[in-house]
Ligand binder design. Sequence first.
Ligand code: ZN
Length: 235
Amino acid sequence: MLWSILLILSMIFLLYCLLPSYWARNRSNKVFRKGQGPKKEVALTFDDGPNPDYTPRLLNILREYDVPASFFIMGKEAKRHSDIIKRMDKEGHTIGCHSYSHRHAWIMSPLRTIRDMNQTYNLLSNILEKPPKWYRPPWGTFNAASMFAAKRLDLDIAYWSIEAQDWTARTTVEDIYSRVIDKIEPGSIIVLHDNQGAPGAPEKTLQALPIIIRTLHKQGYDFVNLDHMKGEEHV
Ligand SMILES: [Zn+2]
C-alpha cells in the first residue's frame, strides 16, 4: 500500500514538476533563452522588484549609460510601487510578470498557477495601461500548467543564459562582474536582481552594474531590451 502511494506521488512529481521544468528550460521552442544571430547585442534583466531603495538608483544608472533593460515584476511589489513601474516604461524598458508572490511552481496547483498569473498580469495591465508581453517564472521553475497559463494571456516566456547568483550573501561585486563577463556572447540574456535575496544583496548588483556596462561597451556590445532582442519594437 505504502509503495503504491509512493509510486503515485513520484509519478505526479515527475509529470507535474520535473519534466515540464526540464522541457521548458532546455528544449521548448516557446521559451526565449538567448538571442539568435551574430549581432553583439545582450540583454540585462532584473527580477523580483521593484524595490523603493534600489530600483530608482538602478534606473538612474541605466539612464546615465543610456542602456535599456527588462524588468520582471512581482505582483505584490507592483501594487506598492506603481510609480516606479511607470518610470521603467517611460524610460524604454521592457516589463514582464514574475508571479504575484514568488511562490515556487512545484507547490502551486494548476488553478493557483493560472490565478497567480492572471493577478499579476491584470495589475501590470492597469498600471501600464497596456498588457505586459512577458513572463519569467520565479526560481526559473515550471509546472505542467505554467506554459498553458502564459499562453492564455499571450505572454512570451523568458529564461536566461547567464546567472550571476547576485542574491546570495557570499557573492561579491567581483563575482557578479566575472560571472557575467566570462560567459558573455552575442545574444546573452543576463539575470540580475533589484530586490529580495540576502540582506543588502542588490547593493552589490548596483555596484557591479556600471563596471559591467563599461566593460561590455568597450568589447563592442550593445544593450537591448527583450522586445528588441526578440525582434519587436518597444511600444
Ligand atoms: Zn525571482
